[in-house]
Structure formats: C-alpha cells, structure tokens
Design a protein around this ligand. Structure first.
Ligand SMILES: [Zn+2]
Length: 169
C-alpha cells in the first residue's frame, strides 16, 4: 500500500463524519480499512470521538438550553423594562412641561387681575410668572419625595410591561 492510499483513507474517514462521501469512495475506504490496521484504528478513534461529542451534546442540551433560554428571556425583560422606564420618564417630563406651561399661561392671563384683586404691587406680576412656571415642577418633585415608593418603582414599570405584553397578545 502506498502513502497516497493511507492519506486518501484518512481524508475519507475524516470527511465521513461531517459530509456524505460518494459510494465508490466509501466502498474503497471499507476495503482499505479491512486491510490496513493503522487506518482502521484511526477510523475507530474518529468514530468514538464523534459518539462522545454527540453524547455530551445530548446530555448537556436540556440544562444548557434551559439556562440559555432563561438568560435570553432575562435580557429581553431587562431591555423592555428599560424601555418602559424611558417611556415613564418621558411621560413625567411631558406632564411637567405641560403643567408649567399651563400655570405660566394662567399667571400671564390672570396674574395682573390677582395682583389688582388682592391689592398687591404690580411689580410682583413679572417675577410671579417665573414662580408660576417653576411651581408645578416643585410640586411634582415634592410629591415624588413625599410618596413612600419612588415614582419610577420597579413594580410600576413591571405593571406597565404587563399591560404592553397584554396588548401584544
Ligand atoms: Zn491505510
């Protein structure tokens, strides 16, 4: 037997595990393995290595699959919770801007009348505008501080998540 034949046999044995080989090649390989103990040893080694890999993959897969799925779900939930937080912050910001605008408008519209009605000096009307603009933000901040739970509580975001999940289904 030539070196070329052994090389061909080794090549075919290696490829046999991962791809289909042509039936003439397979037949030639079988006859070579029957005659050549070295290549037959290599073939059985490759076969047992393949079996070992497959059995390890099979025993590991349910646990590995479960933990991988759990990690993927956890990460997805984190991302959705983050999105929900961003939405809550945006909503709070919009409410703050809106209420500031409304109260500033109210003061601009009625501040002069209030000053006149309670015989206050008209010089307070302009600084009063600034106070009226800031007041809602101060009130919201105080309400946030006063409430026992933080406004952006985890349960709030989770509840929002639940609603969004519900919408999706
Ligand atoms: Zn050989």
């Amino acid at each position: 037997m030539t070196n070329h034949e052994h090389e061909r046999a080794i090549d075919l044995v290696t490829r046999r595990g991962v791809e289909d080989i042509a039936s003439p090649d397979a037949a030639w390989l079988e006859s070579h393995l029957a005659e050549c103990p070295e290549c037959a040893d290599y073939a059985s080694l490759v076969q047992s290595a393949g079996q070992l890999l497959r059995s390890v993959a099979v025993t590991a897969s349910p646990a590995l699959l479960a933990s991988t799925q759990a990690r993927v779900h956890e990460r997805a939930a984190q991302l959705r919770e983050h999105q929900a937080r961003v939405v809550l912050i945006a909503v709070s910001f919009c409410i703050g801007v809106l209420s500031s605008t409304i109260s500033a408008w109210l003061w601009w519209r009625f501040g002069g009348w209030v000053a006149e009605r309670f015989s206050l000096p008209t010089s307070i009307v302009e600084p009063g505008m600034f106070v009226a603009w800031l007041l809602p933000a101060v009130v919201i901040a105080l309400a946030m501080l006063a409430s026992s739970h933080p406004v952006l509580d985890r349960s709030v975001t989770l509840a929002m998540l639940g609603e969004r999940e519900g919408d999706r289904q």
